[in-house]
Design a protein around this ligand. Structure first.
Ligand code: SF4
Length: 245
């Protein structure tokens, strides 16, 4: 039942925060209470017709990535839209069990329209592969979808404007684990100004989803000696997801 409540809470929070209109996505059969103890992958494959004990939550229309992207549109909700080449929405498996959340698009991402495609992104891909996964197995997004000028940190009003769409992505994908990359993503997602050196490797929660902050791949490029700490964090994720270590 906790899983169902978490999913419903994530949706309600997203819908309430976003004030968005395009919520007419297909209902998600995996809310079947009969399957609440099955793993995420099994849930995603559940056939709605098999449900013999529908719960009230089955009538909830959860967002899809497509509906969230449609609501985002050609967004001008904050000033970051002025300098962007592309909105960098997110990429990956819409049924991912693992979601990475970074800070904001950089230059390469802004030009290509995809997150983590520069050198830091290549290192992230290696991190994912070291876990025995492929990049296409996970979902990758940022706290804001447009590149801040000169790669500065996003400002509070920009985060506030863009956060409903990250929440929408989380409500659509419903990962079992979120890994935040770097100080800014962790602090903004968790509303916690604790330094990343202390947040790192500690399990937290966001909308009922386990979150583990770790260092940003760009930081690892500058400080390769810290890779071991990130690997320890990723091993915790592998353990939680039941991946072979
Ligand atoms: Fe819209 Fe987010 Fe881009 Fe701001 S950062 S313009 S809210 S998509």
């Amino acid at each position: 039942m906790q899983d169902v409540l978490d999913e419903l809470r994530a949706y309600v929070t997203w819908a309430g925060d976003s004030g968005l209109q395009n919520l007419a996505s297909p209902s998600r059969p995996e809310l079947d209470s009969q399957n609440q103890n099955q793993n995420h992958s099994q849930n995603h494959n559940q056939n709605e017709n098999e449900n013999e004990n529908p719960t009230p939550t089955q009538n909830v229309k959860l967002p899809t990535l497509e509906s969230v992207r449609a609501d985002l549109g050609d967004c001008t909700r904050c000033k970051l839209h002025k300098g962007r080449h592309n909105i960098v929405f997110g990429v990956g498996n819409p049924r991912a069990r693992l979601m990475f959340v970074g800070e904001a698009p950089g230059e390469d991402e802004d030009l290509q329209g995809f997150p983590f495609v520069g050198k830091a992104g290549q290192l992230l891909t290696k991190m994912i592969e070291a876990m025995g996964l492929e990049r296409g197995d996970v979902y990758i997004a940022n706290t804001v979808k447009c590149r801040p000028p000169n790669n500065r940190n996003p400002e509070p009003d920009e985060l506030e404007s863009c956060e409903p769409f990250l929440k929408g992505q989380l409500a659509a994908v419903r990962p079992e684990v979120i890994v935040t990359l770097g100080k800014f993503a962790a602090q903004s997602l968790l509303r916690d100004a604790t330094p990343i050196t202390r947040l790192r490797g500690q399990w937290r929660q966001y909308e009922g989803i386990p979150v583990i902050p770790t260092f940003h791949p760009a930081y690892l490029l500058r400080s390769p000696g810290e890779k071991g700490k990130v690997w320890e964090d990723l091993k915790q994720v592998m353990k939680k997801l039941g991946l072979k270590q």
